[in-house]
Design a protein around this ligand. Structure first.
Ligand SMILES: [Zn+2]
Length: 571
């Protein structure tokens, strides 16, 4: 197993892999980019090509290509292994243990959805009922193909039977959410519905949305597959698997409300359009979207539900540092009806009248101007991008005719309240910059960054004298596994995190590495002695105290002790 891991690591470069998700720029020995795991405006996500590791100084996530894939694709190690093996062109002989069961479920669910997709698409081809609906809505054949639209027959258990004949077990079919069971036995979840398949970014079907076709029925107009281990509604957008290619080209994405809006927009050339699933946009969806562009145009309906959805979406966009504009369509229109009436040209004309969040709130927010301004200040306070904050506040002052300084004062107040709430949390997370055990961290950092110094350090330090248990654990292993790659494979999660963080350290003065090592060793030894002296004093052990004090004195006198072959082992 370890050999395969090594093999994959030699074939896949971490820079290439991460560049598929993050825009990386060279910064000295490292590459820098915006972290895919937390929201930020200035890059604190570093990738080191020579060590093949990454670390984020903002959220402290880090590791190698495997940890990256596991985190970014939400995969288990086993899944990441087979994903990367495939990428590297390596055949996996047999599976390891551990996550086998779960990946078994995942594989089965992917296969079930793939099979169901084929089934629904074939149904559509022979259903007059469904095709005439699509014709009525002006959806052409090319678009039907592009979005893999389908139809679920108005039958009790057509899909269930089909999946059974394909050899899927009842348990897996049930887990997929494609069937329900109740008083009438087992029945298909989607019946007599137009099917909108929902894909992940790799283009695999992971869920379906279904629109009812017989208006008479007393059933919801739209339903979605339930969340499963392959589908998280809050992190998936409709159409992103297609739009992801044109969003970076066009420089922004368009967010509309419904499936048919997305389909119409694409058919009329607005190929950067997506929709949240269900009504509300989520921050999980925006985080994924942001990988492709941080500019968004919101087009929601002009009714009261659409307006509150827009308001909520503005809030989320600011929180994610996304630059947002809003397009208000004429009363009673949605993108689909509007496009069919006025075509692409009419739509583009309308798009040129898109307004800013400030305009939207002052114009549409149905409360007083002051309420709108206060609300907007809250929104601005949550934005991580100082430039975006600054620009918005200036516009807010312009349009509300409230003095900019007054607004800035109010903003400071709003930010302070927000900060106080999050400070405790942030403080607990940032154990990194704490000066505690600085020398131990520095020493480890050097051992990790300067391969030619590893043995020098390892030979001059006994792990027992190290106070920090995580650093001690690493030093216990480093002598046996001095190479970073090997070391990472024998360390636990906590240790790996610290290793990736410390090995991307830009603050070491390279001209005097040995001097720093010496100082660190000395300080660590001194601190250890002082701890022992304090304990001996508390215990009243005079004999021990005296010998420790003597040791301390001689330590202070010797300036060049350790690197000349001395060893601190006996402390
Ligand atoms: Zn981060």
């Amino acid at each position: 197993m370890r050999d395969i891991v090594e093999d994959i690591k030699t074939r896949i470069d971490i820079i290439d892999l991460i560049a598929e998700h993050v825009e990386l720029k060279r910064a000295g020995q490292n590459y820098k980019g915006l972290c895919p795991f937390h929201s930020e405006k200035t890059p604190s996500f570093m990738v080191n090509p020579s060590k093949q590791i990454f670390h984020c100084f903002g959220c402290h996530k880090g590791g190698d290509i495997f940890s990256f894939v596991m985190m970014v694709e939400n995969m288990t190690f086993q899944e990441a292994l087979s994903y990367l093996a495939q990428k590297a062109g390596i055949k996996l002989e047999s599976k390891g243990h551990g996550s086998e069961i779960r990946s078994g479920i995942k594989e089965n669910l992917f296969a079930i959805y793939k099979e169901a997709l084929i089934f629904f698409r074939n149904n559509l081809k022979v259903s007059k009922h469904a095709t005439s609906y699509l014709n009525k809505r002006g959806v052409d054949n090319e678009t039907v193909e592009k979005f893999s639209l389908g139809y679920s027959k108005n039958e009790h258990d057509a899909l269930f039977n089909h999946l059974k004949t394909k050899g899927f077990s009842f348990e897996y079919i049930k887990t997929s959410g494609l069937i329900s069971s109740g008083d009438h036995g087992i029945y298909d979840f989607f019946r007599d519905r137009l099917i909108f398949p929902i894909f992940d970014l790799q283009g695999r079907p992971i869920a379906f949305g279904g629109r009812i076709l017989s208006e008479s029925k007393n059933a919801p107009k739209y339903i979605n597959s339930p969340d499963s281990i392959i589908f998280k509604k809050g992190e998936t957008s409709y159409g992103l698997n297609i739009a992801k290619n044109s969003i970076p080209q066009k420089g922004y994405s368009i967010i509309v409300e419904g499936y048919l809006d997305v389909i119409s927009c694409h058919q009329y050339g607005l190929t950067n359009t997506i929709a949240p699933l269900g009504t509300a946009l989520t921050s999980g969806q925006l985080k994924k979207l942001k990988r492709f562009s941080n500019k968004v145009l919101l087009i929601f309906d002009g009714d009261s539900a659409g307006i509150s959805a827009t308001k909520r979406s503005i809030e989320l966009c600011y929180k994610e540092g996304i630059i947002v504009k809003i397009l208000l369509l004429p009363q009673g229109e949605d993108p689909d009806t509007f496009l069919r009436k006025y075509g692409q040209e009419g739509f583009r004309k309308c798009m040129s009248h898109a307004i800013s969040p400030v305009e939207f709130l002052l114009k549409v927010y149905d409360r007083s101007k002051l309420d709108a301004v206060r609300y907007m200040l809250q929104v601005i306070a949550s934005c991580p991008d100082p430039l975006q904050r600054d620009e918005t506040i200036r516009e807010l002052s312009d349009r509300s005719k409230i003095n900019e300084l007054t607004l800035r004062e109010e903003l400071r107040h709003a930010s302070r309240v927000k900060r106080q709430a999050s400070r405790v949390d942030a403080f607990q997370k940032s154990g990194i910059s704490s000066p505690e055990n600085m020398e131990e961290k520095m020493l480890l950092s050097i051992a990790l960054s300067f391969p030619d110094k590893v043995m020098l350090i390892a030979n001059n330090i006994e792990p027992q004298i190290i106070e920090d248990p995580v650093i001690r654990g690493i030093f216990e292993k480093i002598k046996k596994w001095p190479s970073l790659e090997k070391l990472l494979t024998v360390c636990d999660k906590e240790e790996q995190k610290l290793i990736t963080m410390l090995s991307i350290n830009t603050e070491i003065d390279e001209t005097d590495v040995e001097g720093i090592i010496e100082n660190c060793l000395k300080t660590i030894a001194m601190k250890k002695l002082e701890r022992q002296i304090r304990l001996a004093g508390e215990a009243g052990d005079v004999k021990l105290l005296n010998s420790l004090l003597f040791e301390k004195k001689s330590l202070l006198q010797k300036s060049k002790l350790f690197l000349n072959g001395g060893n601190l082992a006996k402390n």
